[in-house]
Design a protein around this ligand. Sequence first.
Ligand code: G3H
Ligand code: 13P
Ligand code: ZN
Length: 323
Amino acid sequence: MALVTTKEMFRKAYDGGYAIGAFNVNNMEIVQGITEACREEHSPVILQVSKGARAYANHTYLVKLVEAAVIECPEIPIALHLDHGPDFETCKSCIDGGFTSVMIDASSKPFEENIEITRKVVEYAHDHGVVVEAELGTLAGIEDDVKVAAHAASYTRPEEVEEFVTKTGCDSLAIAIGTSHGAYKFTPEQCTRNEKGVLVPPPLRFDVLEEVSRRLPGFPIVLHGSSSVPQEYVKMVNDNGGRMPDAIGIPEDELRHAASLSVCKINIDSDLRLAMTGTIRQFLNEHPEKFDPREYLKPARANIKELVRHKLRDVLGCAGKAD
Ligand code: G3H
Ligand code: 13P
Ligand code: ZN
């Protein structure tokens, strides 16, 4: 199977009450860990590349790694997506350069400007058989070189979504309902504590999601900032020389619930980073004499694979949905 767009994936996910995982890729081991899990679980998958990933690894290397995964995993649909495209030129370069999906993120711009930029990308993308994700609302946290403080974040306004989608022609819409980028999604002050003293984050705004879906029936919704920040990996980092105090993510049961509704794409990056970094830290701590990168990248890749397998089966619900 060649690279596919997300059109068919989203239609099936919407009807089937599950979501497709959109995992960020930056190097070979990450691509392999994700796609080996998807292949074994027979899951469709979106591999996404940020502006930072293109700057780090180079566009061509990333496209060729993803094309290698398509050859190695012929039974599953794979889409190659630009994550947080900052402008028309970046989107165009990815559309011309082999991507099947792009995000134009003009969510920090005024409403009319967001519509204008998004519509321009949609026109070019659709002429080239590529689909477009757009965004309304502002997430907190860190994405690429942009840091948005919690007080500057704003939920998506449901009353804007019909006009936005109609005027832009976008194929999916990322909305802000309380998720956040990075490994520090909430401050301890924003959380409560359960009976064991463990921090519990504020719940996602499912009322906003439901109102958006009521206004856009059948339309695929995207959630960014959806890492759960597994505490076993935070501990692995901290027990092996790292320092990530108060790292906290989105509870997985909330993501599962979102996936059963209109959310068709769930973005996960920070969890992969944690699995990789925790594993490498632990390995090097336990084997200070080792210096062959293959020896620590191998268990890191294996743990990424297990993490992704868990997401596909227990969070996204897309295991077995490749056909
Ligand atoms: O939303 C941002 C993603 O986690 C990508 O992060 O820009 O550091 O590659 P990055
Ligand atoms: P996390 O930082 O929660 O993994 O979010 C990733 C993301 O939204 C990529 O666009
Ligand atoms: Zn994002």
